[in-house]
Design a binder for this molecule. Structure first.
Ligand code: HEM
Length: 375
């Protein structure tokens, strides 16, 4: 039943708008051949995913091989598809922490993953795809040089809300259909740091909601790059590394409840039921802020690979853990400046009426090879 209604939803907006599904919060449909040339259909068990999974598998066989020769390999979290759960671990080290030893822990993430789920026992439901990134200061101290591009994250203030800069040293992003495996991984990862080196950390466990909807009720990920080659081209730089934005957003459910659906759609610039793009968008709509204008199907000046997912509880805070990967931090800067209205037109983003940003920073996820240098 659930699969059938999803199929209806998918075919409705997919056929009408030509937009791509399998975005930020959609669970894995098919996986890249770099993780083995298999189809990942068991993950959700929904027949609705079969079409896209097959498509990726046939296309990817060729594309992945072509990339393997060209670019150093990116870490496993960077452009792989989503799973049903993810964990986001945001670590602040103490000023006196031993950088070399802490970098060593991060660089051995795949070993910890293999310990939690031994490769022989790994299947679609159990497997974990993980990657680690570093804040600019930690990166410089660990490698003795800067990342290819400067990726400082500045605090931004706007009329619909602010985006605080909360810093951080090490970040872990891991995806799996088993949230238990992600908890176990986080525990082992955090225990591996030398005693007295971690000042504070935050581990957020996320989930998919109603076939890829954000907790506001809007479908999230419609315009996300979907095919493996597109995701890789957008997310990975020439060195096999990737810049990452993370922000924690707490949704204002009382505001959302009181606003009409028309008003909410005006804030986003898309239809709430099936994500069709509005032809008459406000300049302040989220879509118009992000793509740089109100025209229908406007070409995108910048793209990112979003892997954001809902998190939280009704008795506490709940919202979106926003995470995006890109080959340059400029892509994020353009979008964030326009969201707060810091560019020339000074207009703030409607989505910020529904949700408040409470933390944020940028990271650099080095290539697998560069990460190994710290091990
Ligand atoms: C809680 C905060 C946010 C919510 C609830 C949210 C929600 C949405 C929704 C519903 C869409 C339309 C469907 C889609 O294409 O996915 C969208 C599009 C998009 N959002 Fe967000 N978003 C949030 C924050 C952000 C941030 C911080 C960025 C950038 C740094 C961003 C970047 C994008 C991009 C690139 C698109 C696609 C635009 C297009 O090409 O049409 N979003 N978002």
């Amino acid at each position: 039943m659930a699969a059938r209604s999803f199929m209806r939803l998918w075919s409705r907006f997919g056929a009408r708008s030509g937009t791509r599904w399998f975005g930020a919060a959609a669970p894995a449909a098919g996986t890249a051949t770099r993780f083995g040339s298999k189809l990942l259909l068991g993950a959700v068990g929904a027949s609705a995913f079969a079409y896209a999974a097959h498509k990726y598998a046939t296309e990817d066989g060729v594309i992945s091989t072509a990339y393997a020769a060209g670019k150093p390999e990116a870490q496993n979290s960077v452009f792989s598809q989503g799973k049903q759960h993810a964990v986001y671990v945001w670590i602040h080290l103490k000023p006196g922490a031993d950088v070399k030893k802490c970098a060593h822990v991060a660089a051995n993430i795949q070993r910890i993953v293999d310990h939690v789920v031994p490769p022989k026992e790994s299947d679609d439901d159990e497997e974990i795809w993980a990657g680690v990134g570093f804040g600019p200061n930690f990166y410089h101290r660990a490698y003795g040089r800067s990342a290819p591009e400067d990726y400082g994250y500045i605090e931004r203030k706007g009329t619909n809300g602010d985006m605080p800069a909360t810093g951080g040293d090490i970040f872990l992003h891991a995806k799996s259909n088993s949230v238990g495996n992600l908890f176990h991984l986080t525990k082992k990862f955090m225990n591996a740091f030398p005693e007295d080196s971690v000042d504070k950390f935050d581990d957020v466990y996320s989930f998919t909601y109603r076939f890829g909807r954000d907790l506001t009720g809007f479908i999230d990920g419609t315009e996300n790059p979907a095919a493996e080659d597109d995701r890789q081209a957008v997310a990975v730089d020439d060195h096999g590394g990737s810049y990452v934005i993370t922000q924690r957003w707490i949704h204002q459910f009382d505001v959302i409840k009181k606003a009409s659906v028309d008003r909410q759609e005006a804030w986003i610039g898309r239809n709430k039921s099936d994500s069709t793009e509005l032809r008459n968008k406000l300049k302040s709509s989220h879509v118009a802020r992000i793509v740089g204008g109100t025209e229908f199907a406007r070409p995108k000046p910048f793209q990112i690979v979003r892997q954001s997912m809902p998190f939280g509880s009704l008795s506490g805070d709940a919202g979106l853990f926003f995470i995006g990967y890109a080959a340059s931090p400029k892509n994020f800067n353009y979008m964030l400046d326009r969201m707060v209205g810091a560019d020339v037109d000074g207009i703030a983003d409607g989505v910020m009426m529904m949700t408040k940003c409470v933390s944020g920073t940028y990271w650099y996820f080095p290539s697998k090879n560069d990460l190994k240098k710290l091990a």
